[in-house]
Design a protein around this ligand. Structure first.
Ligand code: N7H
Length: 465
């Protein structure tokens, strides 16, 4: 059975997030910081999977009885970049995962799609770079108070720490709760881990597919051989790689694109938007409900695609690109555990009027996996941004390439040909005709980094305990 006291709670089952602070730091003096990390562990500040499960029940109780008490709750996890791990202990930094060792910036430069001049300076190695991040989750007041306390008590200059940057995420208000900024319900489909979660029954309203736990957590069944050493070097066991990425969303531009292009494709704006995502704003899957939204199926996840058919859900819709059900089996799927949260204010009337983004908003994208090379990096390079994935489908698309992911596709940063200056997606229009539609990307990367979320045992060891 998994050791729920040894795994950080955001990896599994996830920390409850109405509000979240990302507190990025550098380790300026590891000899001073290590005892402070030891104290942090003694004081039981880090929320384990077992703690998170208890809190989930508590939050549920509190929500149903006295909402006021929720304010006291703030749950904390911690992760380190490769540089950070090296500063803490060279012998516990023999990671196999190539993208993790390189860091996100070098990995993105090699891929050639992020524009590094659009990155926040703090994430650029040449300026500062980050050695670690504290994830603090709860309500706005509890999180802010906890961040201040932690900074003073364990993460100040006297503890060998320099604060680099704070970013905040926040649930959207009112009826948009649970929806990201383009308006779509998020966090519907999530892998269930064998041995951790109960298996869903067919026909269960909240059906989820099973995933071998080693896809997400190091040292468990299903790990994709990137950490062969972990079996012999138990320090990596129960840890997971965390990708943190600030993705700015161009919401007024997305809406303007829908308005201008839906009529040309014989769709309503909602129908076209749903085709780009693969789900309606309610969450209902397009493959099941191709022409009208069906809010009663908002969380429906028990569905598959017909391998050679994209007349309903386009091959390049976001959810079909990032989880190619029926092409890759459940057992072999490159699953990731998504833990993102929206950031930034709602669209203001001036932006709607001008069809232009003037205020920064988007998604703090987070995902856990046991290998970045087989997780996030693989999804991005081999599925999302490859306009020929899924392969050999032109026979079923009227001769067009499927195209890049319609929501998170990125252009090459130095276009070689005119076709690389715009994203093109194949789809079947409202009259059943095979066609394509083109647009500028709807998201922009502002940077981030690759981290490792150690087990609680390893955190204690790193802290000299
Ligand atoms: Fe995505 N969106 O609003 O369009 N995502 N995503 N994502 N995403 C999903 O099914 C969105 C991003 C995945 O199992 C939904 O839970 C936005 C990155 C995966 O069928 C919606 C951004 C990566 C799934 C969005 C963004 C992924 C998924 C439907 C960035 C990985 C599950 C909700 C700003 C590289 C697919 C759901 C499945 C679902 C949106 C980023 C991956 C609405 C706006 C960077 C694996």
């Amino acid at each position: 059975a998994p050791d729920f006291n040894n795994i950080q709670g955001d990896i599994w089952p996830g920390l409850p997030k109405k509000y979240q602070t990302f507190w990025f730091f550098q380790i300026t003096d590891a000899t001073k910081f290590k005892p402070s990390l030891g104290k942090l562990m003694d004081d039981k500040i880090i929320t384990s999977s077992a703690d998170a499960l208890k809190h989930k029940e508590k939050i549920h109780e509190v929500k149903n009885s006295q909402p006021g008490t929720l304010h006291e709750l703030a749950l904390v996890n911690i992760s380190f970049s490769f540089k950070g791990m090296q500063k803490l202990d060279e012998s516990k930094s023999r990671f196999r995962d190539d993208p993790f060792r390189k860091g996100m910036e070098a990995d993105m430069v090699a891929e050639g799609r992020d524009r590094i001049n659009e990155w926040m300076d703090e994430f650029k190695a040449a300026n500062y770079g980050v050695d670690g991040v504290l994830l603090i989750c709860g309500t706005e007041s509890s999180v802010k108070q906890t961040a201040d306390n932690l900074a003073k008590k364990y993460f100040s200059s006297t503890h060998g720490i320099t604060h680099v940057l704070t970013l905040n995420g926040k649930e959207r208000p009112g009826k948009d709760k649970g929806h990201e900024h383009f308006g779509f319900l998020d966090a519907i489909s999530q892998p269930r881990l064998t041995g951790f979660d109960k298996k869903c029954q067919k026909g269960d309203g909240n059906y989820q597919y099973m995933c071998r736990p080693g896809r997400i957590i190091i040292g468990h069944d299903g790990e994709m051989n990137n950490e062969p050493k972990s079996k012999h070097e138990p320090w990596a066991k129960d840890g997971s790689y965390l990708v943190v990425r600030k993705l700015k969303q161009y919401v007024p531009e997305f809406n303007k694109y829908l308005k201008d292009n839906a009529p040309k494709l014989n769709f309503t704006e909602d129908q076209l938007g749903a085709r780009l995502v693969g789900r309606w704003k309610s969450g209902a899957p397009v493959e099941k409900h191709p022409f009208t939204d069906e809010p009663k199926d908002a969380r429906l996840n028990e569905f598959n695609y017909n391998v050679n058919d994209h007349t309903k859900c386009p091959f390049s819709s976001h959810i079909r690109k990032t989880k190619p059900r029926s092409i890759v089996s459940d057992r072999d799927m490159n699953d990731i555990m998504r833990r993102g949260i929206p950031y930034g204010p709602e669209v203001d009337p001036k932006e709607t009027e001008s069809n232009e983004t003037q205020i920064d908003r988007g998604l703090m994208f987070l995902c856990y996996q046991s290998s970045i090379g087989n997780g996030f990096q693989f999804l991005k390079r081999s599925w999302v941004n490859l306009n020929t994935f899924p392969a050999d489908k032109t026979e079923y698309t009227g001769g067009h390439n499927p195209g890049q992911d319609a929501i998170i596709g990125q252009l090459v940063s130095k276009p070689q040909k005119p076709s690389q200056k715009i994203l093109t997606t194949a789809l079947v229009d409202g009259e059943g005709k095979h066609t394509t539609t083109s647009f500028l990307p709807f998201i922009q990367s502002n940077g981030g980094d690759y981290f490792f979320s150690p087990s609680l045992k390893l955190l204690k060891e790193l802290g000299g305990k």
